[in-house]
Design a protein around this ligand. Structure first.
Ligand code: AMP
Length: 113
């Protein structure tokens, strides 16, 4: 079933896009949990990290590289950032289209809540 992120990919609903290429899209989270909060998503529909396969290795590596590039482009790479993938209920996932949260702009605590 299609998610709200698929609608963003298809430009059916707006998003504040910070990066886009053939295989992934990055946009500002609508309910930011840090001064910088960007979601990096694959254009391919995948529900969660549980659904990825070895065929997705290149895509996932690409998305991680983009997280670093986006952090640099937004000026938060040196101060630091956190990349999070919430998975299913205990992981706190609410949108079932795989996404990386890129959080920055304040000190993060550990362990996460
Ligand atoms: P998660 O809880 O890990 O599944 O994260 C889903 C994230 O999507 C949350 O941080 C939401 O604030 C965010 N979100 C939901 N709808 C939108 C939207 N239309 N545009 C941007 N971010 C969204």
């Amino acid at each position: 079933m299609s998610t709200i992120f698929k609608k963003i990919i298809d430009k059916e609903i707006p998003a504040k896009v910070v990066y886009e290429d053939d295989v992934c899209l990055a946009f500002r989270d609508v309910n930011p949990q840090a001064p910088t909060h960007v979601l990096v998503i694959p254009k391919k529909e995948m529900r969660s990290l549980n659904e990825v396969s070895t065929q997705d290795k290149e895509l996932l590596g690409h998305m991680l590289l983009k997280c670093g590039e986006i952090a640099r482009s937004l000026g938060v790479a040196e101060s630091g950032y956190r990349v999070v993938i919430n998975t299913n209920n205990d992981g706190g996932q609410t949108v079932f289209h795989l996404h990386f949260h890129l959080l920055a702009g304040r000190p993060m605590t550990w362990p996460p809540g």
